[in-house]
Design a protein around this ligand. Structure first.
Ligand SMILES: Cc1cc2nc3c(=O)[nH]c(=O)nc-3n(C[C@H](O)[C@H](O)[C@H](O)COP(=O)(O)OP(=O)(O)OC[C@H]3O[C@@H](n4cnc5c(N)ncnc54)[C@H](O)[C@@H]3O)c2cc1C
Length: 395
């Protein structure tokens, strides 16, 4: 396929990766972002081998290695008693099995690395402070209209448009899906703190996962091991207002009043918390004509499998590969993209929801869950996810 003009809406992790991957295949990319500057929430991100493999292929391995940490294992514990339930092997076991690392990074570090790569790519034009308000398909070109911060409206044409505009995607609406994502009854509390303030027994090179009926907690070292990222889940029938609302530490400690002392100590460390209501939306159409969706715009997913950004990264690579092939027109390539991605995205969404139920199981189901973990052992737990972490996007 010869060089295309491609507009990507949204410069989150998915949009940045897509712009980069497409430019590397020789396409001219306009990357449109409504924010006027880049700031990432102070939080971490797990980059499993299916995603790290793509980023390494894009040449970002050396930069990522400098800021990423590679936990050796996930240690699963019971929230109340603090007793170990099981482990999942990460570190060398993952790297050897899937030929790519399981990294954890600070979101801001990943964003900076992607942004640096995007800015040094002459084929990418990054336009900030433009809110895309409409996209329209056409037989030969697709059109996109944005409003700038000064209120000026502008329409551009491109051979195709990719919606990477997140959970509340405008582009998804243009594909005929006007249904809003559904709140799933969970609020995620997120924060980071200096690792040397962590309780000694939780400060190791590992990911901690604490399970209980009232919620669960995940923590791991980020920023080259300098900080600890912590996410605590609250079950709540009502979402919080706004996108990232401030959370009060005492309220969180009340929610986890019956937790083991080490976990309570860990949760008491950060001074500031942000709360995110968790939504998802079943993957439906991923492409139509000359318009495609990727990442949260295509299929917002609960974070209980740590795969939202990973799917976006896989999709960026898949699109670049399909649009790099000879003798294929854009609608055909996008239809192939939808076929390749739909089943996998749906499976990840379902598994993430299922993890929510398993993590928060009551005593009977919880007992069965713990038995299975013990029976499988750390490497058996990792092998269960061969389908997920072993996935390779087309070259
Ligand atoms: C608590 C929590 C923990 C998580 N942990 C992990 C994890 O460990 N691993 C993992 O893989 N995933 C994780 N995720 C999921 C992951 O954060 C998201 O799936 C991922 O960031 C989505 O990226 P995206 O590029 O699709 O969308 P976004 O990051 O939402 O980016 C969308 C971009 O589009 C822009 N935009 C929106 N509308 C417009 C418009 N109209 N015009 C122009 N620009 C627009 C936005 O400003 C934004 O920059 C987690 C999520 C949560 C909530």
């Amino acid at each position: 396929m010869s060089s295309l003009s491609i507009a990507v809406v949204g410069a989150g992790i998915g949009g940045l990766t897509a712009a980069l991957a497409l430019a590397r295949r020789g396409h001219a990319v306009t990357l449109v972002e409504r924010r006027t500057g880049f700031s990432e929430v102070g939080a971490g991100l797990q980059l499993s081998p299916n995603a790290s493999r793509v980023l390494i292929r894009l040449g970002l391995g050396p930069a990522l290695r400098r800021v990423a940490t590679e936990p050796q294992r996930v240690v699963v514990r019971a929230i109340r008693s603090g007793k170990p339930i099981g482990q999942v092997a990460l570190g060398p076991f993952m790297r050897e099995r899937f030929e790519a690392p399981y990294w954890v990074v600070h979101r801001a570090d990943l964003q900076t690395i992607l942004l640096d790569a995007v800015r040094s790519e002459p084929a990418i034009r990054l336009v900030m402070g433009r809110n895309v308000e409409a996209v329209k398909d056409g037989p030969h070109q697709a059109r996109l209209t944005w409003i700038s911060v000064s209120g000026a409206r502008e329409t551009i044409e491109a051979d195709m448009i990719i919606g990477a505009d997140g959970v509340w995607s405008k582009v998804r609406q243009a594909l005929g899906d006007g249904k809003p994502p559904a709140y799933r009854g969970y609020i995620a509390w997120r924060s980071t703190f200096e690792r040397n303030a962590a309780p000694a027994e939780l400060a190791g090179d590992e990911t901690g996962l604490w399970l209980g009926p009232q919620g669960h907690v995940v923590h791991y070292p980020i920023a080259g091991g300098r900080l600890v990222n912590v996410v605590a889940i609250e079950r709540s029938p009502i979402p919080v207002e706004g996108w990232a609302a401030p959370g009060n530490r005492d309220e969180l400690l009340r929610l986890y009043a019956s937790a083991a002392p080490a976990l309570r100590m860990l949760l008491s460390r950060p001074q500031e918390w942000l709360r995110w209501s968790l939504f998802d939306h079943p993957a439906g159409r991923l492409a139509k004509g000359r318009i495609a969706l990727l990442g949260d715009a295509a299929h917002p997913v609960l974070p209980f499998l740590a795969q939202g950004a990973a799917l976006a990264i896989e999709e960026a690579a898949t699109l670049a590969s399909l649009l790099g092939q000879e003798r294929q027109d854009v609608p055909q390539a996008l239809s192939a993209y939808e076929k390749q991605r739909l089943a996998r995205a749906s499976r990840v969404q379902n598994e993430a929801r299922r993890n929510g139920r398993i993590y928060h199981a009551g005593s009977l189901v919880g007992f069965g869950r713990n038995q299975v973990m013990r029976h499988l052992g750390p490497e058996g737990m990792t092998r269960r996810y061969d389908w997920l972490y072993g996935f390779r996007t087309p070259e």
